[in-house]
Design a protein around this ligand. Sequence first.
Ligand code: ADP
Ligand code: MG
Length: 597
Amino acid sequence: MSRLPVMSSKRVLAENAQDLAPAQKRLRKDADPVKPAATVIGTKRPALAATRAPICVIKQSVASTTSKGGNMKQPVASTGTKTGGTQKLKPCDLKGKVSDMVRNYQIKVKTLNQQNEVLQDSVSQSQRKIVQVEKELQIQRSQIGKLQVLAGVQDELEKVLSDKNFLQKELTNVEGKYRVMETLRDSQETELQTLKMKLSVQESTLARVQVNLRDFEEEVRSLKETVAQQKDELYAGEMERRRLHNTIQELKGNIRVFCRVRPLVGGGLPKHVQLATSDNKAITLAKTEESHTGKTADTQKNYNFSFDRVFGPRASQQEVFEEISLLVQSALDGYNVCCFAYGQTGSGKTYTMEGDEVDETRGVIPRAVQQIFKAAGKLGEQGWEFTFTASFVEIYNETLRDLLYTGKSSKRPEHEIRKTTSNEVTITNLTYERVSNEDQVLGLIALANQNRSTAQTAQNDRSSRSHSVFQLDIEGVNAGRDVKCKSTLCLVDLAGSERMVKSQSQGDRFKEMTAINGSLSNLGIVIAALANKESYVPYRNSKLTYLLQGCLGGNSKTLMFVNIAPEPDSFGETLNSLRFASKVNDCVIGTATANKK
Ligand code: ADP
Ligand code: MG
């Protein structure tokens, strides 16, 4: 460093300060011009000390300094040993020496000043360089900063590049998809075109159809009007049919009697039963009486009867029903209808009323029920709605028994006949079953037969000694016309009409006989009273007539089958039956009126 020599000179001056002290005072004036040099060197005090240093020593010291430079201590020490001591200098020498010293010192100062200047230059140069270097450093830093920024930018760039690659791939992908979509779009456009064409075809078809539809609507409107008109006409026609039908029934008689002859077990017809060949209304019972004396010829006694219709032994169930079907129709039209089967046991009452299960041999009840449901269905088209309620009751020994009862026999309820406020007859605790089809009714008939046969095992042949009454209550409503009708169809299989031999009639049998005879004869009396328009009709005299009160007389139509057995040994019973039936046939029951509300 350039500062190092200056520092050394200071120290030299300080060390020789004591030696130079006496000369210092003298040399103060001369020393003044050198003062600035000390100021240049450094601090103020060392400058003063330097002025007071022994000149001789300095001379040598300077010499050594200039010659050797660097470490100045060594020469000063050696000088001290040379000049120190007790040797005294002369004034002239001293003066010369001082002046030399001053000169040397001045030279030295000069040199130092020059060096100082050089150093100052160097310092200022260095400072400039420093400034420059700092500037460069600054520039470098800013460049480094920029480079750092650039490095960041590089990273960004790489990222952007990878993004770009990714996006490129995506783009390729999307382009692929786009191409697929384009193909799809093209095909859909084609399809659209096709559909448009179809649509236009459909539109024109639709327009045509709409025109047709309007025509049809117009037609439907006029047809509806026609239908409504025809419905009115149909209703009027139906009412007219009912009226005419009823007129016919009345002309035929509100009480009619049909006679039916059961075939012989081996077929054919016995001699004593003769049927008219001209018409089917007459029957003759012929009895040949042998002459008691033997002298006269046997006499034949004929008993002639005529009825509304006589069915021979070959008459089928269908033929028989055809006659009664008109009355069944009356039941649907709102008239009470009652149909009895009268005759001795084994004459064919049950066969006529119920028949066998096979289609052709089915009797009146299943056929009537079938006809009623069929006719009700047809009337439904004209706005009629029907409800049917069935009941099946047995009258044995003037006691009522529910044949549709399904509970425990020990809990069988008792029954009583009651009249409602509207004069309708009902039976307490009886099963009234709502039915809507034929099968249901057939099921009820089967149940009734089961109930009868159970009773029969306990008491032999009970069914022939009891009346069984099947009742179908019919209620019709025509809401559109605000018309209602209500009626009852009664189909009765009466107890056997045979008379007992009095000697055989004892105990229960006698009681049974009395009950049967009582109710059957009362039936005859009631019908006769009705025919004679008597004010008092003894309905209450028997359970049968009381129960059938609504179906007999004024507001009803009555049909009685008299069934006869063809066997010769039944002659007496047959004759009795025919007599009873013809008595009934002679009655004219008051003209019926339909139960319309
Ligand atoms: P009832 O009920 O009057 O006692 P049924 O109806 O039980 O008599 O008849 C007695 C028998 O005669 C039965 O076996 C029945 O099948 C038969 N029968 C009755 N009438 C006819 C007929 N018209 N044709 C064929 N068989 C009949
Ligand atoms: Mg019977």
